[in-house]
Structure formats: C-alpha cells, structure tokens
Design a protein around this ligand. Structure first.
Ligand code: PRP
Length: 215
C-alpha cells in the first residue's frame, strides 16, 4: 500500500472535507483535534494517508508539484489558477456562488458607455471578474484585495464587488445587494498528474470511495 499525501484547505472547507474521510473509516481524530500541527498520518488496513492543512491557493501548488497527490479545494480557487492537475470530483461541499454585489442603486449596465469614468470592481478573484465583465463588453478597472471585500463599495474604494456569496449574511449585514449571479461553485478533488499513474490503485480507491459517500 503506497502512502498518499492529501492537501486539505484550511478553514471553511476543513470540517466538511474531514467528514468525507471519516465516512470512509479513515481515523481523523488527530485531524479534528489538531492544535497547531500541520501534518497528520492516518493509517489503517485500507489507507495510509498523510493529511496537510494549507491555504486554498497552496493546495493547488502542493498538488502541481506532487508534494500532495490529492488536493481538496474550492472551484473558486481553481478558476484563478493556470496550474496543472486533474480535477476528478465535485465533492458537493462548500457550495456557494460568485456574484456581483454593490450598494442598492448600482446598475451594472450603465458601464463605460454612458460615463466618462470606468467602473471600479474590487475582488479577491481578478480572473473571474475580468472574464465576467469582458464577456459583457464592459471595460472596468479591477482592484485586487485580499479579504473583507464587502467593505470596498461602502468606503468608496470600488463601485461594486465580485465575491463569493454563501448564506448572503455578509452582504445583508453590510447593506449590499446582489446585482447579478455569475456561477455556482463547490469544492473539488484534484490529483497530481504523475501520481495518477504511479499511485493509480490507491488514488482510484480514494476517488471511488469518495464518490460513494457524496452521491
Ligand atoms: C467569504 C466571502 C464573503 C463571505 C460570504 O469570505 O469573501 O465575504 O465569505 O459568506 P456569507 O454569504 O455566508 O456571508 P471569508 O469569510 O472567507 O473571509 P474574507 O472576507 O477574509 O475573504
């Protein structure tokens, strides 16, 4: 049995991802009570897995370089990367959507054509935002920020935002409204291309067992 390294996204997706492995009878006790440790070995007669917990974009980096054979990461992060990997499963966890939002009164269609000034769009996802507005033929200025994106229209850093909406609570509490939905997103399982060949048996077993649990 070959050891499989799995990179999990820290934070929001962590609990739900751990639940999937728990349902596969992987002993995840240490992972649940992790303290400040970053790597956990979970071994039984079916699996020998090292789990790492890292930030979402780093999951993709670990998988691309083969330091992780498998990664669990949101589609939002995958949209923003051009790294190499196989995307093998929609895990149907961490379901949310990309949306354009702003203060009430903002109209998405009165873009540059009717105004002298380009609209400013704040986002953690410049690739997604650029693609959305360029499809609409709107020339906007994208401002990349790292978090708490909802603040941007309130303090007039931007006219609108492109961000993830899950429950909608952050928008509501900050007086913002959805202007347009972009697309749905959820967590995906990704696999290193070489590992898919060299550790095929172990990886296929994990993919098959995971599919049974999520379906
Ligand atoms: C995400 C996203 C929104 C919020 C949406 O931010 O960027 O701000 O969650 O969730 P809701 O619709 O359930 O309110 P996150 O909490 O990951 O932190 P960040 O603002 O620091 O990016």
């Amino acid at each position: 049995m070959k050891k499989i390294n799995i990179a999990l996204t820290k934070g929001r997706l962590e609990k739900e991802a751990i639940k999937i492995f728990e349902a596969m009878n992987v002993n995840v006790d240490e992972l649940k009570n992790k303290g400040r440790r970053l790597i956990f070995n979970c071994k039984n007669s079916f699996y020998d897995i090292n789990f790492f917990l890292v930030k979402a974009p780093d999951v993709v980096t670990y998988v691309e370089y083969g330091a992780a054979d498998i990664g669990i990461v949101g589609k939002d992060t995958l949209f923003e990367t051009n790294k190499e990997f196989y995307e093998v499963l929609d895990l149907k966890i961490g379901e949310c959507k990309f949306a354009v939002a702003s203060l009430p009164g903002f109209k998405i269609d009165d873009g540059y054509r009717n105004e002298y000034r380009k609209k400013k769009i704040a986002t953690k996802y410049p690739g997604v935002a650029r693609k959305y507005f360029s499809k609409r033929g709107q020339d906007v200025e994208i401002i990349k920020i790292e978090g708490s994106v909802e603040l941007a229209p309130i303090v007039k850093l931007a006219d609108a935002i492109v961000d993830i909406v899950e429950t909608g609570e952050t928008l509501r509490e900050n007086g913002l409204v959805i202007v347009d939905d972009i697309c749905n997103i959820s967590a995906r399982m990704i696999v290193n291309k070489a590992s898919m060949k060299t550790k095929r048996e172990e990886i296929m077993k994990i993919i098959e067992e995971t599919s049974k649990i999520i379906n």
